[in-house]
Design a protein. Structure first.
Length: 281
């Protein structure tokens, strides 16, 4: 157990370094286009170091890819994986309504990139971080480096819960810890049920894309809090949240069965390199 804890701590330290590189780019006093180029360089370095195939390493490479679950999702399962990702976004919104009603101050978290958003093309490096860098680095760290080893020692439930809690704490805002724990559990379940880290990466990016689209459409935290002040809205959201969890348990069981089919049947051909595509793997 001691070696497991030491290994997890080392990986978390490694995550902090990569996260500092990625987020630190957005703090540099340089033009947005230069930020964007540097952000892509960080992403490329991370992918080359941890995700790109290295067949010359033999068994070590197989073991590394097994730990990270760098596995393609069968093509026949893309539909149900896409439905699952959509369901996690619905759950995310229901949890937001419930939590912001209980703790309205949770929506007042600081935005460290507010000034960058006002700069022409400032959205470009910011969106590159939210949609590419953050999903890659955070999913490799929490669902790969942390969750997978914990599953082998403590079981799936504890592993998903602990990795979700660490994921929440890493976001650095105490009032949003329960919200991020819920998101972390959904992402952890995505990876565990499909045995594919790519599903977690795509789901994470989809959540961030939904957040960007919601802000662009005017669905701000202030408006959400105004809705949650209504007792009827809160009650309906709380009831829907419970019902939706049961629905996701049902959907997750079917997704697990669909994604664990042997490759090469029902029209599925194994991919040479399991890069994420459209709905999942």
């Amino acid at each position: 157990m001691r070696s497991l804890v030491v290994g997890v701590v080392r990986k978390l330290f490694l995550f902090l370094l990569w996260n500092l590189l990625s987020v630190g780019v957005l703090m540099l006093p340089i033009p947005p286009l230069a930020m964007f180029a540097l952000e892509l360089a960080v992403v490329a370095a991370f992918v080359w170091r941890y995700l790109a195939p290295k067949p010359h390493r033999g068994r070590r490479e197989l073991a590394r890819r097994a730990v990270l679950r760098l596995r393609a999702v069968p093509r026949s399962a893309w539909g149900i994986v896409g439905a699952w990702i959509g369901a996690t976004i619905v759950l995310d919104n229901l949890v937001s309504v419930v939590w912001f009603h209980l703790v309205p101050r949770a929506a007042d978290y600081p935005n460290p990139f507010e000034e960058l958003e006002r700069v022409p093309l400032g959205w470009l490096p910011l969106y590159a971080t939210m949609l590419v860098a953050a999903p890659l680095v955070e999913e490799v760290a929490f669902r790969g480096w942390v969750q997978r080893p914990l599953e082998r020692r403590a079981g799936a439930a504890w592993a998903i819960g602990i990795s979700a809690l660490l994921f929440a704490l890493a976001h650095g805002y105490p009032l949003l810890v329960p919200y991020y724990v819920a998101a972390g559990v959904a992402l952890g379940a995505s990876v565990y049920l499909t045995r594919s880290l790519w599903v977690g990466i795509v789901a994470h990016a989809a959540h961030n894309l939904w957040s960007i689209a919601s802000d662009a459409a005017g669905l701000t935290n202030e408006r959400l809090i105004a809705w949650t002040r209504e007792p009827v809205v809160f009650a309906l959201a709380a009831f829907a949240c419970v019902v939706w969890v049961f629905f996701m348990v049902w959907l997750g069981q079917r997704m697990r069965a669909a994604t664990r089919k042997p490759a090469g049947i029902a029209g599925d051909r194994p991919a040479r390199f399991p890069l994420p595509t459209a709905a999942g793997g």
